[in-house]
Design a protein around this ligand. Structure first.
Ligand SMILES: [Fe+2]
Length: 314
């Protein structure tokens, strides 16, 4: 959450780790997300589920996909009900459940397209199918608890002691909770978290998809795909592009790096692209800072390219 931004940054420094990806489980109604601020400070990749109402995140994932970070993998489980964009993330012996499964509770289902029936399925059909020893880390706990287990929640979570889906729906529909204080501010703020790509455009470092279509294939252009292998497979690839994942950008653009040397040797213009233009916008800034003054990107990424009827191959 945004209130804890300074704490997150301090922890990153203290633990001496680089933030590669920041993942939100859903669009929060009770606080403002730190996702955008973390991206702006650390240039991390922002991740949410494909059903997220956020305007732009760097990467959208769907049920069954994996989120890879060197040494770590999260399996994506779509768990709608609290909101229609609620996801849980399984990492070996632990699951991050957002507000779907809380410690001795479950997330309310009465706003943001919440649905108690869907939540019952997410709980009983997905999360409670995990082994009993799986540790449960919810998005928050107002009592101060931080971790539980699937077995513990199955036994002692009062919301899970129902005999049928109808009993669960009745239970959730009778809660009559007041709306969160922050809701009218938090929900719109959490939907507008995308990087301001127009700032990059103002500096002349952006191509609209239609302009990019005219340039692609010309020998003076080197098109660089910053996405990960699974995104390329799922979304298709712009013909003639080189794959260079965002994670490897820094080593490629610095002096002696592949891209740096390629530009030095050929004078080619570098055109970055990614899924929605956010990673490529950050890449343009980094490349410009590294002295690659011809670097630009396709604004809006493959998403905009496809909307403009640009060709992709699979
Ligand atoms: Fe929530």
């Amino acid at each position: 959450m945004f209130d804890k931004f300074d704490h997150y940054i301090q922890l990153l420094q203290e633990l001496n780790v680089r933030l590669a990806k920041a993942v939100d489980t859903h669009t929060h109604a009770d606080h403002i997300t730190a996702l955008g601020a973390l991206r702006d400070r650390t240039h991390c990749v922002t991740v949410m589920g494909e059903k997220s109402g956020a305007d732009v995140v760097s990467m959208r994932v769907s049920d069954g996909e994996r989120i890879d970070i060197p040494g770590v993998a999260l399996e994506v489980i779509y768990t709608p009900g609290h909101t229609d964009d609620s996801y849980s993330f399984l990492m070996e012996d632990r699951v991050f459940t957002g507000d779907t499964l809380l410690i001795r509770g479950t997330g309310r289902t009465d706003f943001e397209n919440g649905d108690p029936r869907a939540q019952y399925e997410s709980l009983f059909g997905r999360l409670l199918k995990l082994p009993d020893w799986t540790m449960v880390y919810p998005a928050h706990d107002y009592k101060g608890d931080t971790v539980s287990t699937i077995g513990e929640e199955r036994a002692y979570n009062p919301r899970l002691q129902v005999k049928s889906i109808d009993e669960y729906v009745d239970l959730m529909n009778c809660l009559h909770l007041p709306n969160p204080k922050m809701m009218d501010v938090a929900v719109p703020a959490n939907r507008h978290i995308g990087l301001h790509q127009e700032e990059i455009a103002k500096r002349g470092w952006a191509l609209m998809a239609e302009d990019a279509m005219r340039l692609v294939g010309q020998p003076s252009i080197e098109l660089i795909d910053l996405r990960e292998a699974h995104e390329r497979k799922a979304q298709g690839v712009i013909p003639g592009s080189i794959h260079m994942p965002y994670d490897e950008l820094e080593e490629n653009i610095r002096e002696g790096g592949l891209l740096h040397e390629l530009v030095a040797a050929t004078g080619k213009r570098i055109v970055f692209y990614c899924a929605f233009g956010e990673r490529s916008a950050m890449a343009v800034q980094a490349a410009q800072d590294a002295g690659l003054s011809s670097a630009c990107h396709i604004q809006g990424g493959v998403d905009a390219w496809k909307k403009a009827k640009g060709k992709v191959v699979r």
